[in-house]
Design a protein around this ligand. Sequence first.
Ligand SMILES: [Zn+2]
Length: 176
Amino acid sequence: MPDKERKYKFSWKDTVGADMNAARPSLGPNTRIEVYRLFQFTLRDILEQHYGTEMADTLFREAGALAGRSFFEQYLSDAKDVSSLAAKIRDSFSEFGMGIFRVEEAAPDNGHFIFTIDEDLDCSGLPDTADVICVYDEGFIQGILESFSGRGFDVREIDCWCTGSRTCRFEAKNRV
Ligand SMILES: [Zn+2]
């Protein structure tokens, strides 16, 4: 679909970037996790009903990657190297209450990383399931890494709160 015909082409400036002092002078910029999760998990429910589980995950991951690229441009783009990027991710994730981000393994030359997120915004505290659920985070990390490096990455969650790990662990591999 051509961009000029689209109603919802994402723009930080026109959505997330609204002036909250003007928009919400008394309520301010914060809301609660309940509202975020209500939005996320109802949207997932509907996407799954319409398109099946695999496509719902694919769409969520893709949206996460778009978010990750936008987040990078907004808050991380002056990172000079992998360690300053990691510090900026850690600080911004903490500031926005998204989770406690750590680098567990980093082999930038091989394009391989393992990251963990504790107290993850999406899944922390949810009941145990057989499967990981943080596909939006997978995309988010992918978008950040791709924006930073200019290379393609595949990111998969290998442990999740929901699989009993109580931390979310993500493996990122350079796409060859
Ligand atoms: Zn998770």
